[in-house]
Each structure stands twice: as structure tokens, then as C-alpha cells.
Design a protein around this ligand. Structure first.
Ligand code: ZN
Length: 156
């Protein structure tokens, strides 16, 4: 399942990428662009703009009701029954590209030496070339997602 998010859903787009979903986001796209790309690339449009719903050429979509990104994420996950566990941290949050594994030797001069010494598994984004590892930022993201979705599951 792929998405395209409108300019008001930037933080939601980033968190859906953290969860592992393919989300196009570019704040410079106008309504016509969003609709055209959604139809062309088979993406579900995520929009905060109720006016969008009046369009006759509207692709599959979800009107995002909250201003709060956590509630937005919960709405999308619940509505589409998304898997919030299996694909976490598999995608670059900035570029939306799937991360690829990279050999330890290749990152020696691209990460701080204390990181290099402490980790064996690294990933890189083919677009921005940033290097990722299972470290504090992933731990923080995991905690946020766990608190959001396990708390919810326990409450139901
Ligand atoms: Zn990237």
C-alpha cells in the first residue's frame, strides 16, 4: 500500500515512512499534482483539506481529521489496518527510499568511530547516502511506536 500526503501532513508522512510505508511528500505539489500522481502511481491520497473531497477526479483517499501527528498516524493505521511492526526503519525518512544493507568496511569514514566500533550492521539510503544503524534514534522511534500502538491494542 502506497500513499501521497498533502502539504499539511508532513509529519504524518515522515512517521509513516518510519513505520516502513512508501509515502510521497513534497510540500510544493498543488492539488492537481497530488491527484495526478495518486492516480498515476496508484497511491492513496492523505489530505487534511475537506475541499479536496469535492473533486470529481478524486483518487482513493482518506481525510485526516486531527492536527496532531500521533492521532493522524493512529487514524491511518487503523483505517487501513497497517502493519506497524514488520517494516519499521526500512526506509529513509527524508527520501522515502528503501534502505539497503552496506558493508561495515564501507562506512568506516562515514560514521563517528565510536559508532563504527559499537555496531556491525549498517544501512544506507541510495539517494542521500546517509548511513543508518540500529542505535539511539531507532530506539526512540521504537518506543514512540510501541507506546502508540501497544497501548491502543491493550485498551481495546
Ligand atoms: Zn535518504
Amino acid at each position: 500500500m502506497k500513499f501521497i500526503a498533502d502539504a499539511m501532513c508532513g509529519k504524518l508522512a515522515r512517521w509513516l515512512r518510519i513505520v516502513g510505508y512508501d509515502v510521497r511528500y513534497d510540500a510544493s505539489l498543488d492539488d492537481d499534482d497530488l491527484v495526478e500522481i495518486a492516480l498515476e502511481e496508484d497511491r492513496v491520497l492523505l489530505t487534511r483539506d475537506a475541499k479536496m473531497l469535492l473533486r470529481r477526479d478524486l483518487p482513493p483517499h482518506l481525510l485526516i481529521v486531527s492536527d496532531d501527528w500521533k492521532e493522524q498516524l493512529a487514524q491511518v493505521v487503523q483505517h487501513f489496518g497497517l502493519d506497524t511492526v514488520s517494516y519499521r526503519f526500512s526506509r529513509c525518512v527524508d527520501c522515502n527510499e528503501p534502505l539497503i544493507p552496506i558493508g561495515k568496511a564501507e562506512v568506516q569514514y562515514r560514521v563517528p568511530s565510536y559508532i563504527f566500533d559499537a555496531h556491525d550492521t549498517f544501512y544506507t539510503c541510495p539517494q542521500c547516502r546517509k548511513v543508518f544503524w540500529v542505535g539511539s534514534h531507532i530506539e526512540r522511534g521504537r518506543k514512540v511506536l510501541d507506546s502508540l500502538f501497544t497501548a491502543e491494542a491493550a485498551g481495546n
